[in-house]
Design a protein around this ligand. Sequence first.
Ligand code: ADP
Length: 508
Amino acid sequence: MIRRILVVDNDRFCVRIVDEFLSQAGYEVVRAYDGMEAMEAMERELPDAVLLDIVMPKIDGDRLFRYMRANARTRHIPVVVLSGTLVEDRERLLVMGADAYVAKGRRDDMRQNILAALERLDHPPAQPPPVLGLESAMTRELVKELLAIKRHKEAILQAVGEGVVEADGRQRVLYLNPTALTILGRPELELIGSPVTEILTSHHQATLQQIVARFLARAGTKTEAVSLRFRDLVLRIGLTGVVPHDPEGGFFLILQDITDLSRKIVELSTLNTRLQEMERARSEFLAMISHDLHTPLTAITGSLEVLLRENLRTEQGRELLGIAQKHADRLFRMVSDILDLARIEAGRFSIRCGPFDVVDALRVAMDRLRRSAQEKEITLTLSAPDGIAPVYADGLRMEQVINNLLGNALKFTPPGGRISVTVGELATELLVGVEDTGMGVPEEHRDRIFDRFYRVPLPAGMEVEGTGLGLSICKAIVEEHGGRIWVESAVPRGSTFAFTLPKGSPAS
Ligand code: ADP
């Protein structure tokens, strides 16, 4: 038996006259002037039926209807739609699936139709719900236009990439667009009506309260956005008033997902730090190179001067020539590295490939180093399976890589150590490893040592000749061949520098 009716309409006049004639007919009426008030009224006590207007500010009729149907407490309550736009919006309203529809119209007609609809709720026929009051209603073009504008605005809100959450003057959620729901990851009906400061986690509540307080303190003008972390997202949150300068009118909370942007900013700042470090390394390099060029040149010119002046053909003469040659070699290496670097930087670094026997080249390079290794009492070993086919590579450039890796291993391995070179075959590549028992490369420097000019700071008092360019050139050469180069290291047990080269001929 239907007795208690909740009448929901923002048109106060309409609510009053409906209340009057329903009371006269013996019904008990509860009034609500928007969707939010209706929800509150239903929280307090459930009505037997709801008379519901559709076009309302705040939570409109169809959203309230969906809310009621999704909620176990209110699902069974019959709803009579009482709408002033039933003629213009008939098709959309009928698919809602309300229990009856009454078009707003003249007072007497409306009274009769509402009472008839309520009557039928008590004895529902097995027919589709009645639509009452349409006979006397006429389609109004202006209303149609207004409805179209409303729908257009809704479509925009549905489409925007920012999350939009509307809250009323008491900071309760009235509306969320799909982006906001995706960001928040919670069902719409769970969020509608809840305090807007609770839409994230309890951990974020204080921050949201501050944002709202700032908005209220500025009398409802737009606030500066605040960034915060929410789950694995970075959000930018700002508020803007629904009615300018009237905080009572509620606000829109705009949620911007800036996770990608903030990741890019972190990447850029890391890159920037790296660039600054490279710039610093470049200046240090210039200072070092001018010193390093000066020292061997002084030694060479000094030796040659004495030779010319004294015309020495003795033991002392040979010694001076030896000094000149050693320093000239060092100069030559340095100048070659710098020229290579200049070519790489100018994008003029190219390779000329032909058949290249890696194992053979390793053997020759190791033979050349054997004397220096013996002087340092370092054992040099090579292990390679038989029958490794030549690869297609630039022989001179690859020798440069091999010499550099072996030279480094020798430089950074203390006397009595071991350098073991291995060659292995992967599915499509050859793998060369140069393992030493040297000082190793600390983890934080491992990917940096392939940057140009980068050198790991040496322990106080230790000096090792070098420019910091060798590995960056090796990397450019190996990658130009389509291979990879990397280091594995355990401090202080040693390092393994490894590189790969694609197998096969150019045709393959
Ligand atoms: P250079 O040897 O001229 O300094 P590289 O580019 O060849 O320049 O090497 C860069 C840095 O990498 C070296 O200064 C050193 O700190 C580190 N490094 C290279 N090879 C080894 C190695 N085998 N053991 C330990 N550290 C190494």
